[in-house]
Design a protein around this ligand. Structure first.
Ligand code: AMP
Length: 432
């Protein structure tokens, strides 16, 4: 079925499942990591969500569980994937369900914020793989329900996020319970000295693979900034959503939880279906919001960075950043929501004069200047001066329709172009 690619080395049951999922060829991280993982090597992967990394580690693990059968010991999994957030854990579990649909490989997804009842039931049914957040796993270990002494494959996913969230002591505790003969996989989007140290404690003679942030997924995203004064941001968001009915699935990022709630209230008032996901929301609320978004009943999902990790929804038309993230790397995670494997997308960031530092940091990270889109009614010349974006040639964004723009749009547009060269579509920006 997949002759000539690493997918061809997988058990037929997995090949059937990934064919059903519509995968026709491995992504770069899969092509590089999977052959080594199938050989049983340890791995350090610098890669982020959106690159196909879940399949890169889960397919070789499932392959091993299918090929090397062992009697099941209740509560003693053979594979353990640790995830920093409930959403990422749930997403990984979804992938397992997808890939293992023709194989009898039961799993359990162990996350906090919901009753442990169903999870314990899954463990008692003989789950061979646990996908878990550290807190709930330790809880179940303490209760004598989960034991890690038979783990053959261990995955630490999004290690940088784990450390940001203060999970290091929990991770160390979990690692101390793992058998020393095991395969270990370590994934992180970034590699600070602290993260490298943790990786060093976990893996033996690892293969190292780095899929850079400038990977094609981000390259394909149509990125724009809109310069705006802070009090106008909500109105600009409503304006964009009203004038672009064709954006059927939009993710709006807000730095703060209360900001996300405020944006949601504004959108609801403008009769735009929306839902917020952030850490103050219960697991049930988050799951309902995500399901509604997936099914197309919720048009706009308003998320904070942490809650957004692992959101994997195809066909996201556009990502809008109400503020640029303080943590620059998050920019790539955020906009990556709109260009899942093989698709392209659009990302708009609202930037105020005060956010010029964050804008510079993001541009340094992606190693290019993000074009300004002035074709909107709330364009702020103050922010334009402050960010040093004056005079940058402005192509009309392809997704902005003419004629819209609210009561003062034309005036403001005329004003903003006055005395300046008209934008030249083919012209190279000075700093490009
Ligand atoms: P991940 O980086 O694991 O979050 O994966 C990002 C998205 O890419 C998910 O929707 C996967 O289902 C999808 N995906 C992973 N591998 C492939 C592939 N080889 N071909 C097409 N889509 C894929």
């Amino acid at each position: 079925m997949f002759e000539g690619t690493v997918f061809g080395k997988l058990d037929q049951k997995l090949q059937h499942a990934i064919t059903d999922a519509g995968y026709s060829a491995p992504t770069p991280i899969q092509a590089q990591a999977m052959p080594r993982l199938l050989e049983g090597r340890d791995l350090i992967g610098i890669a982020q969500t959106g690159t196909g990394k879940t399949a890169a580690f889960m397919l070789p693990i499932l392959n091993r569980l299918i090929k090397v059968r062992r009697p099941r010991h209740i509560g003693h999994p053979r594979a353990l994937v640790l995830s920093p957030t409930r959403e990422l854990a749930a997403q990984t579990a979804e992938n397992i369900r997808l890939y293992a649909k023709y194989a009898d490989i039961p799993f359990a997804c162990l996350i906090g914020g919901v009753s442990q009842f169903g999870q314990v039931k899954d463990i008692k049914r003989g789950a061979e793989t646990f996908v878990a957040c550290p807190g709930r796993l330790i809880d179940l270990m303490t209760q004598g329900i989960a034991y890690l002494d038979q783990v053959e494959c261990f995955v630490l996913d999004e290690a940088d996020r784990m450390l940001d969230m203060g999970f290091l002591p929990d991770i160390r505790r979990i690692m101390s319970k793992l058998p020393s003969a095991r395969q270990s996989l370590f994934f992180s989007a970034t590699m600070s000295p602290e993260i490298a140290k943790l990786a060093g404690e976990l893996v033996r003679d690892p293969v190292k693979i780095e899929i850079s942030p400038e990977a094609p997924a981000v390259e394909k995203i149509n990125q724009r900034v809109m310069l705006v004064a802070k009090p106008d941001k909500d109105a600009l968001l409503v304006h964009l959503l009203k004038t672009h009915p064709e954006w059927t699935r939009v993710i709006v990022f807000s730095k703060m939880r209360h900001g996300a709630d405020r944006v949601c209230r504004k959108l609801a008032r403008a009769e735009i279906q929306c839902a917020a996901i952030h850490s103050d929301k219960s697991q049930g609320q988050r799951t309902r919001a995500l399901d509604g978004f997936r099914r197309g009943q919720v048009r706009v999902l308003v998320a904070t960075d942490i809650a957004s990790r692992g959101i994997d929804v195809p066909d996201v038309s556009c990502v809008i950043n109400m503020e640029l993230p303080l943590e620059t790397e998050s920019y790539i995670h955020r906009i990556g929501r709109t260009a899942r494997a093989g698709e392209s997308g659009a990302a708009i960031s609202f930037v105020t004069a005060e956010e010029r530092g964050q804008l510079k940091a993001v541009e340094r990270l992606i190693r290019k200047s993000i074009p300004v889109d002035r074709d909107q009614p709330y364009h702020s010349e103050g922010a334009e001066r402050s960010t040093g974006k004056q005079g940058e040639g402005l192509p009309q964004a392809p997704w902005i329709r003419h004629g819209g723009g609210g009561p003062h749009a034309r005036d403001r547009r005329r004003k903003s172009f006055k005395g300046r060269r008209q934008p030249d579509f083919g012209q190279k920006r000075k700093d490009a």
